[in-house]
Design a protein around this ligand. Sequence first.
Ligand code: FPP
Length: 266
Amino acid sequence: MPGASAGSYQDPYDHPSGQRAPQLPAPTVPAHVAVVMDGNGRWANRRGLPRTAGHEAGEAALLDVVAGALEIGVSHLSAYAFSTENWKRSPEEVRFLMGFSRRVLRRQRDTLNAWGVRVVWIGRPQRLWGSVIRELQEAERLTASNTRMTLYMCVNYGGRAEIVDAVREIAEEARAGHLSGRGITEASLARRLNDPDMPDVDLFIRTSGEQRTSNFLLWQSAYAELVFVEELWPDVDRLVLWRAITDYARRDRRYGGAIDAPVTAG
Ligand code: FPP
């Protein structure tokens, strides 16, 4: 049944510890959280398992983070599932990740739908397996009318690729005489990104101790607050998300502005 109606959404299952989301003033809760789900391979290899076992274990982490995002009131969550650079991995791992993405979408779409989550795919269709695209589109169709949270599944996504595609579209429109140089603005470029309605990222989380943004949501993260956590992705759950959000809530976001407040001795 496509999109349960607002108000009739199911609440996600509780965290096994019984812990509840911290009570934060609503304006300090980030609207858009982006996560780089890093460390699956290392998690598996440290246990003497193949990298693919780490990806398998990452599915539950993703679902728990979605549950935690719903509980604390995040309205947009972006998950970096497969980047435009991930094609460099071994053919076996790429094949696994394609089949795995398909299976995760099929396994989780009814739960996401029941929770009121709208799934939106962003990424390039080129090279992506047709069966994965069909599964992404099916999840999008099923959940299209949900309004509680938007989950961007970023599959075959790259921030540079997204900007290049927008610029290419602008160049073609300019060549056809529909756009002048002066008509090219931040707003006109943003309108040509994968989802023009995607809000800017407020909080950007990367797991596994790595401190890079790795081409994820480059344009949208221009003023994002970055939080790097040590946990490998399969060890992440909503408690890790809530800790990152609590850290974010204390940050002073100035967007390039400044307040003159000399400290007086005293
Ligand atoms: C990065 O770990 C993780 C990935 C490339 C894939 C993660 C994807 C999921 C958990 C869910 C996918 C779901 C859908 C619906 C597409 P890594 O392999 O880079 O780990 P490493 O840094 O330890 O090598």
